[in-house]
Design a protein around this ligand. Structure first.
Ligand code: ARG
Length: 616
């Protein structure tokens, strides 16, 4: 029973442990502000302190009201408040003077300056250093408990989201569109988990439709059991290509295929037998490839699994609403009023189609999972299709239809391997790995020092593919370029892995400083270089970067953060040294900073479904 399954999995919802970090009590006490959590984001405390400075000077403003207006400042400024937003009586200049006149520097806020309508605030550096490092340290990722790490939050606690992504078609090519859906979807699944949601990752296979009648006919002619078992995806594709060419010329083949699919829809076991085997073998093969991409699904479902009853009920309801019209024996839903055209929902021979299955499928999923939100990661080429079935569900009166979201993305242009066009996922992975391997071999000395070059090449290759895919706004098209994405120079995946490896080497290279005491036991005031403050502030902003990504569903925000952090590290690396620093206390404080940077970069990469490397 559907409702039982929803209830039983509710009982299994993860409960998040409280953060092991507490704001030290030797600092001036701050009021609480709803929606903030200083135990997971220290910058929240600084923003509250700033809001308090302004609210105290400009009654009747409350700390809550000001808090909403404390924004990140432009370069060199920590936080900025734009005074006009509060619509207070009096001149802006006067208001600013009031704040500045009343301001007393303390352990939270170091200074305030006034520039036209803006007030710029600087956080107390020593507090910022100490708390940020301490918090990151306290929330370090634990591979055993898998506790939510630094950057995570409780926003989605108690809520369940289904994220449907990848969804390739069995026996057709896995095109780059599916690759993008896979990469973006895996990121969203990690992101929602990091924000406290219960996530169900779902793969909705294209495993149904007339083409399976066609393949069945083709399989009788060209099928080969051995080839099927060796690589089901490839073999079925070959069969499909051959029989499609025939069907194009010969209407008899088409009729035969349609009749076969008709039998499948009627549940004729004989007609379904082979199909079941194909599906199982294909899923097995896909699961292996997803694992190599560090992508996992909780549920493999597919168009074949949408219950006939759900589709019939949907059509019945649409008829009641007078939204259905007949067209030459086929049924159409008329959405012209909503500027979404007319769409066929049942073919003339009575068989279902893609759109109907999406309508019935959504109803079925809600019955089964009672989700609070459902996200579909589907190419922008299907914007119309998605808008149509969302609209139909809304017209059918389902309250939950409002909680459906389409996360779309643009095209990938020109992906091919050196041997030709890419049609399969494993070709993409293999090519990424070989191109990277060749690249690594160019530096023989370094190459020989790598312990497991095959593994490293594959991981970096995959990182390159993923970063290229997520570097810009989803909706942008981009051209696939192996050389560019796999270079160690410029903003690429290999560059990020290199930054992480370099940070990871610091413990190996300075064993005499280990074990490093907790940051609270270190003298972080020795971190005096401007680069260190910049890095710390960036690290402190990471929980906000995660929250923003949750709002925008854009992986690019996380990618940009990872690059900014890596650039920050690069510019500190030569001057803010650990090895060779005579003052051991200073060396330790610096090491703590680099380790925090390693942990946060690692967290960002994991969020992007990338496995951070420790050696290369
Ligand atoms: N619920 C959905 N329609 N999901 C997207 C499915 C994508 C479809 N299998 C395709 O390859 O085009």
């Amino acid at each position: 029973m559907a409702s039982t399954s929803a209830e039983s999995s509710t009982a299994n919802k993860p409960t998040l442990a409280p953060s092991p970090f507490v704001v030290p009590t030797d600092l001036p006490a701050l009021p609480e502000v709803a929606g903030t959590d200083p135990t997971r984001c220290v910058l929240d405390s600084f923003r509250i302190a700033i809001a308090k400075v302004v609210a105290d000077a400009l009654e009747p403003l409350t700390v809550e009201q000001v808090y909403q207006g404390v924004d990140y400042g432009k370069k060199g400024e920590d936080f900025t408040v734009a005074l006009p937003r509060f619509k207070l009586p009096g001149k802006i200049d006067e208001l600013a003077k009031k704040v500045i006149g009343k301001f007393q520097p303390d352990e939270w806020v170091e200074s305030v300056t006034h520039d036209r309508a803006f007030l710029h605030f600087r956080c107390r550096t020593s507090t910022l250093m100490r708390l940020t490092l301490d918090q990151i340290h306290a929330l370090t990722y634990d591979t055993v408990s898998k506790q939510p790490e630094y950057g995570s939050n409780f926003l989605g606690e108690g809520k369940r989201v289904i994220i449907e992504y990848s969804s390739p078609n069995i026996a057709k090519s896995f095109h780059v569109g599916h690759l993008r859906s896979t990469i973006i979807g895996a990121f969203l699944a990690n992101l929602y988990k990091a924000c406290g949601w219960e996530v169900i990752s779902m793969n909705y296979l294209g495993d149904w439709g007339t083409q399976f009648g066609l393949i069945a006919v083709g399989f009788e002619k060209y099928g080969n059991q051995e080839a099927l078992e060796k690589d089901a995806i490839q073999h079925l594709f070959e069969v499909y290509v051959k029989i499609s060419a025939e069907a194009e010329k010969d209407p008899a083949v088409r009729d035969e295929a349609a009749a076969w699919f008709r039998r499948m829809e009627d549940g004729d076991e004989e007609a379904l037998k082979n199909w079941r085997v194909w599906r199982k073998l294909s899923v097995g093969k896909y699961a292996e490839e997803y694992a190599r991409l560090n992508v996992h699904f909780d549920v493999y479902t597919g168009e074949s699994e949408v219950p006939q009853a759900a589709m019939d009920a949907a059509l019945g309801r649409l008829r009641e609403l007078a939204l259905i019209e007949e067209d030459n024996g086929a049924l159409r839903v008329n959405l012209e009023k909503h500027k979404l055209g007319k769409a066929v929902v049942r073919k003339r021979d009575g068989t279902s189609i893609y759109l109907t299955r999406d309508i019935g499928g959504a109803v079925n999923r809600y019955d089964q999972y009672k989700f609070d939100k459902m996200i579909y990661v589907i190419s922008a080429q299907q914007d119309m299709h998605v808008a149509q079935f969302f609209k139909v569900l809304e017209l059918m009166g389902y309250e939950w239809a409002k909680s459906l979201e389409h996360v779309n993305y643009g095209l990938v242009l020109g992906m091919s391997t050196r041997r030709g066009t890419v049609v399969f996922l494993d070709q993409i992975i293999r090519e990424a790995s070989t191109v990277m391997h060749d690249q690594m071999r160019k530096n023989e000395e370094k190459y020989n020092a790598v312990e497991n070059p095959e593994f490293v090449a594959t991981e970096i290759g995959i990182t390159g593919v993923k970063i290229q895919d997520m570097a810009a706004k989803r909706i942008n098209n981009y051209s696939f370029n192996w050389d560019r994405m796999l270079s160690f120079e410029g903003d690429t995946g290999p560059y990020l892995q290199y930054a992480h490896v370099r940070l990871s080497s610091i413990e190996r290279k300075n064993p005499e400083l280990l074990p490093l005491p907790a940051p609270s036991q270190l003298n972080t005031d020795l971190l005096v270089e401007p680069q260190t403050r910049e890095i710390i502030f960036l690290l402190g902003s990471y929980p906000d970067v995660v929250k923003t990504a949750l709002k925008t569903h854009e992986p690019s925000g996380i990618v940009t953060f990872a690059f900014r952090l890596s650039h920050g590290i690069s510019s500190a690396w030569e001057t803010v040294i650990v090895k060779g620093e005579q003052d051991k206390e200073k060396a330790k404080a610096r090491m703590a900073l680099y380790l925090a940077a390693r942990d946060v970069l690692g967290a960002a990469l994991r969020l992007l479904s990338i496995k951070p490397l420790e050696r290369m």
